[in-house]
Design a protein around this ligand. Structure first.
Ligand code: M6R
Length: 608
């Protein structure tokens, strides 16, 4: 949940580190810090607040001399976001500085042990114990000290380490959580995400759990858990730094909403060849596919909502039973999962801790795993048996938009591919569905164009204290995502409800102050939705209707209207989420919220 970056080379380190840190701020933004090695000293500046604040304190990093260092942006887990709890953390005599992403689960025991040895702690963090262990085990051999320290730690962690007595040298260790090495010319880097590196190098190494790396300006050496040197594959990042910049938009979120036609197109086009969906890289045989008695989809947050949509679509097309479960619940159950289960894991980052744990649990029980992931080389992508990459490009705003819609596109591709392989589709319907998939990028563009008035609706409705999103069938699944989008960036309470369920209790909350967003895009259920709209209007609620373009009846029912373009009804969740994204964005903007970095959140939830 934090971002870390390390640099060693011949340039002044701190400005490079701060630039990298700025690009990692989506991972955590309650405090930040930087440390550089200069002579035989470590110089550190850290403070609560943003990376911009840290840059102010250090003159953009220029006040810190030195060509080797570490930086960190924090999402607090242990200890409040104060100056002292900000990373890096120094060892007792200042020999070591450490930055950390993750949780050291046995930190309390280690802290008691160190306090008994007379060490006085400066922070409340779990990380500080690491700095003290390093100093304790250092006898002139840095690698040995790092390995001995790592062997004492339990939990999930990525660590960056610098020592005042080892000029130009950095170590990093990975035990769950993302860590990428960047290979430059006469300079090398590590970071939590390629976005921090891509302005300086596109040649990267994805580290695996249990590995550590030693970096100097000239050389990068990777070791396994036993300290044996290993050879790693060097990958080439295919996108440019512009993809991770705002490109003239006021917020990353708006830019990412507008990028959706292209992102959905890349996701779909790369998998359609000669009119057929192609997953030739899958290891799933037709026999295996027929042998699955159920599909389990697991994920968190918006990725879970994509999974709920996936259930409707896969069951409708494949006639296979699909269960969708939150990864944080699935991981602690005793689920009925075996070799006849196909597990679908959905994750933008590929690093979500609960999703990884649920995936491991299900795979240990024999399930085959298909992962739908955006970040190339991420943990989930590497653990899965098969991967569909979503090709959304880097998503920086904490609230996902193109990440979610490309997940839907991937699930639709899979559903149609699987249905055809199971013999559930005749050629005509298959061709029709493939055409409908190919039409999705232009429908997303149409959804943007149709709803530019969302900003005016936001002006009218931004003062709401609490909202309901209601829908039926796929509209209900889309309502879950629409509701989350609004609440996470505008801090307005909102709930998604199955429209038919409202009268079983929740309608007690409806009064004349309430705005109800009614999703009415499943046309065969339109009349049912009209009844639900009338129920809430009879109790004084105002209604913002979302209907298919050209539907005029909605004007008679709703106070205001958003539109989704007409297309294949099974795939409606994808274009229909766009107006809800725009509405959420403009409401949050009206309310002056920090849209790209909402309070208390982080983009990638790598802790439980
Ligand atoms: O990286 P993942 O897709 O695994 O992330 C899952 C959720 O943490 C994520 O979708 C979260 O709910 C977003 N804030 C939603 O906008």
């Amino acid at each position: 949940m934090c971002g870390i970056v390390g640099y060693t080379g011949s340039a002044q380190a701190a400005p490079v580190l701060l630039d990298g840190l700025r690009r990692l701020e989506y991972r955590g933004y309650d405090s930040a810090g930087v440390v550089v090695q200069t002579g035989d000293e470590l110089k550190m500046v850290k403070a609560s607040g943003s990376v911009a604040h840290l840059a102010e304190l250090t003159g953009g990093g220029r006040s810190l001399e030195g060509v080797c260092g570490l930086a960190h942006t924090r999402w607090a887990t242990h200890g409040a976001p104060t100056d002292t709890n900000a990373h890096p953390h120094l060892s007792e005599h200042g020999l070591f500085a450490v930055v950390h992403n993750g949780i050291i689960e046995n930190f309390a025991a280690l802290r008691s042990e160190q306090e008994a040895e007379g060490i006085v702690f400066r922070s409340e963090t779990d990380t500080e114990v690491v700095a003290h262990l390093l100093e304790k085990y250092y006898d002139g051999d840095l690698k040995r000290a790092v390995m001995r320290t790592a062997s004492r730690l339990e939990g999930s962690y990525v660590l960056g380490v610098v020592c005042s007595k080892e000029p130009g040298k950095l170590f990093c260790v990975k035990e769950a959580g993302p860590l990428i090495l960047g290979l430059g010319v006469g300079e090398n880097y590590f970071a939590s995400d390629v976005t921090a590196l891509v302005a300086r190098t596109k040649n990267v190494i994805y580290m695996d759990d249990g590995e550590l790396a030693e970096l100097t300006a000239e050389r990068v050496t990777v070791y396994d858990r036993t300290g044996r040197e290993i050879t790693k594959t060097v990958s080439h990042v295919v996108w440019d730094i512009e993809a991770a910049e705002k490109g003239g938009y006021e917020h990353f979120m708006l830019k990412e909403i507008m990028e959706q036609p292209r992102a959905v197109k890349s996701t779909i086009d790369l998998r359609i060849r000669g009119g057929r969906i192609a997953f030739e890289d899958f290891s799933l045989t037709p026999e295996e596919l027929k042998g699955f008695d159920k599909i389990v989809i697991t994920a968190c947050g918006s990725a879970y909502h994509a999974g709920v949509v996936g259930k409707y679509v896969i069951e409708a097309l494949c006639r296979v039973s699909v269960e969708v479960e939150l990864a944080s619940e699935l991981r602690y159950r005793d689920p009925i999962i075996d070799g006849h289960t196909l597990l679908i894991v959905v994750s933008q980052s590929g690093e979500t801790a609960d999703t990884i744990a649920a995936m491991r649990e299900c795979m240990a029980r024999g399930a085959k795993c298909l992962a739908i992931v955006n970040v190339v080389g991420s943990t989930i992508a590497r653990l899965a048996d098969n991967v569909i990459y979503t090709h959304a490009g880097p998503e920086i705003a904490v609230a996902t938009t193109k990440g979610y819609t490309t997940q839907l596109a991937a699930l639709y591709l899979f559903a149609v591919w699987c249905a055809e392989r199971l013999g559930r589709l005749d050629e005509a319907r298959y061709a029709e569905l493939v055409d409908s998939l190919r039409a999705l990028p232009s429908l997303v563009q149409r959804a943007i164009d149709l709803n530019l008035h969302a900003r005016y609706l936001a002006e009218r409705w931004h003062g709401q204290k609490s909202l309901f999103f209601i829908g039926r069938n796929i509209d209900y699944a889309a309502a879950m995502e629409g509701s989350l989008k609004l609440k996470e960036i505008s801090y307005i309470h909102s709930e998604a409800y199955a429209a038919g369920e409202l009268k079983h209790g929740t309608i007690a909350l409806i009064d004349e102050k309430r705005l109800v967003v009614a999703l009415c895009c499943q046309e065969r259920l339109f009349d049912k939705m009209v009844s639900n709209i009338q129920e809430v209007k009879a109790r004084g609620a105002k209604v913002l209707g979302l209907a298919i373009e050209g539907n005029r009846r909605i004007f008679a029912e709703a106070d205001d209207v958003l539109y989704a373009p007409r297309g294949e009804q099974l795939f409606a969740a994808l274009p229909e989420i766009v107006p809800l994204q725009l509405f959420a964005y403009y409401v949050a903007r009206e309310n002056g919220c920090d849209i790209d970095k909402p309070r208390n959140l982080a983009k990638s939830v790598t802790v439980e």
